[in-house]
Design a protein around this ligand. Sequence first.
Ligand SMILES: [Zn+2]
Length: 235
Amino acid sequence: MLLTLVFASATFLSTMTGGIAAIRWPGRLELLMAFAGGVVLGAAAFDLLPEAVAQAGDAGLPTWLPYAMAVIGYFAFRILEHRLHRRDHRHGPNRMGEAGAAGFTVHSFFDGLAIGLGFNLDRGVGIIVALAVIGHDFSDGLNTVSYLIAHGHDRARQWRWLIASATAPVLGALVGGLLPVPDAVFPVALGFFSGVFVYAATSNLLPRALKAQRAVVVPLALAGAALMFGMSRVV
Ligand SMILES: [Zn+2]
């Protein structure tokens, strides 16, 4: 539980750093996003999904189940984000942007839940998931703040949502780490989270990086993925 808490606090700092960077130096973090996109994809491909399939085998569940859950996780977040965007435009100027910030906060809660469940299962899985989350959460904080800035919200509201979005993964990690989880839940949850990670990389991190820094995005993303491949062999 101590390790879970240590890593969960690091997600808090990472999210806050991204949010503060968005307030101070807007538009400077694209290179980090390219690398983080690779890290998140690598964590899903080299660690979460294989672990989910192995766990499915151990629990006597079909091995296609984690893959199906990955597809569900991907579309669940795609649909969630789409709906929140639509709601944003119906609410009038005052509410605009807050639904988007709420979406990033929900996403961050799931990031933390993945860390807690990872450590609940096995320390190695926990560390890999935590690195992937800490490595990209700066972008969740940055997105939360940029979204509110784009919709004309004031500093006070930017800070409020940034703190909410930074606290969410800590709460998620506590829930995932403390709840008694039956073995059959791991292949389902880890498969789902790998889909959520693929969504975060392909809908957010990599497209934003590509818009600003086309030439170096692919090498940086590959470096991030290779790093996670190496880490998944070691821990
Ligand atoms: Zn995230």
